[in-house]
Write a new protein. Structure first.
Length: 278
């Protein structure tokens, strides 16, 4: 059985080889010569010229770093400067301006002409390193300038008086005073209704001197409240709206008292600590 399969495989292989040979003969016989030549050139280009070119360039690329390091850059730049000064001395008698221009341009032209004599791979590597070095120098310079500006550019000299705004919490505790058990005039609604309102309240003065005036005028301030505050309903004073209205009224009256006393400040904040109606 195995011998039979081997014989069939051999016959099939011979048949395929014969068929391919016949097709090749037919192709060479009937296909135009120009097409055959074009196909052959494409074949040679794809499988011969292009791989050989890249192989050669790869070999140059591998040896390029060593060859670049072996270049005498110092001597090249010295020669470029020498050419520039030589052109300067030749032209300066005729035109000093052209001589100065020659000093700037001749070394550059000399270096450009020298780079043309390099292999393309060498030129590409040198150009890449040159562009990278320039870009790095620009980035380093920009970063250094920004750091310098952040460190020194934005600071004012110590001798200059800069405007200073005190924060809201500046010595807040030393500007706060409080009154306890302040009696508020009350409206009596009935025999069993609430008859009085007492509150504990704190005031935040704009400065410490105003706070001292309030501390030394406690009884006068209580009398001022009794004389000027309008009576309120005790039940209403216990509500949120009543507390807000009472706090606003107390602040107005304290500021009016300070104004009458010709005090140098005013009340910034008023807080009701505790309220009792009975």
């Amino acid at each position: 059985m195995l011998n039979l399969i081997d014989k069939i495989e051999t016959i099939v292989n011979k048949g395929l080889l014969w068929l391919m040979a016949q097709l090749s003969k037919a192709w060479k016989k009937y296909c135009p010569q120009k097409i055959q030549q074009f196909i052959q050139r494409c074949h040679d280009l794809i499988y011969g010229t292009i791989p050989a070119f890249f192989k050669k360039q790869l070999q140059h690329a591998k040896s390029a770093p060593k060859e670049i390091l072996s270049i005498d850059f110092k001597g090249i730049f010295s020669s470029a400067l020498s050419e520039g000064f030589k052109a300067f001395h030749e032209i300066r008698k005729k035109s000093p301006l052209k001589a100065f221009w020659a000093v700037l341009t001749v070394p550059v032209i000399f270096i450009v002409q020298w780079t043309k004599s390099l292999h393309p791979i060498h030129g590409f590597i040198l150009g890449s390193f040159t562009i990278g070095s320039i870009f790095s120098a620009v980035v380093i310079g920009k970063t250094s300038y920004q750091l310098f500006q952040d460190e020194f550019g934005g600071r004012e000299p110590a001798a200059v008086d800069a405007a200073y705004i005190r924060p809201d919490y500046y010595k807040k505790e030393t500007r706060t005073t409080s009154l306890s058990s302040v009696k508020i005039p009350a409206i009596i609604e009935g025999i069993n209704g609430l008859r009085s309102v007492q509150i504990d309240v704190s005031f935040l003065a704009s400065n410490r001197e105003t706070k001292k005036i309030l501390d030394t005028s406690e009884f006068q301030l209580r009398d001022h409240f009794i004389e000027n505050l309008e009576p309120v309903l005790p039940a209403f004073a216990l509500t949120d709206e009543g507390r807000a209205m009472l706090k606003e009224k107390l602040e107005i009256e304290v500021n009016q008292y300070l104004k009458d006393q010709e005090a140098p400040g005013f009340i910034e904040e008023t807080h009701i600590i505790h309220i009792l109606a009975h």
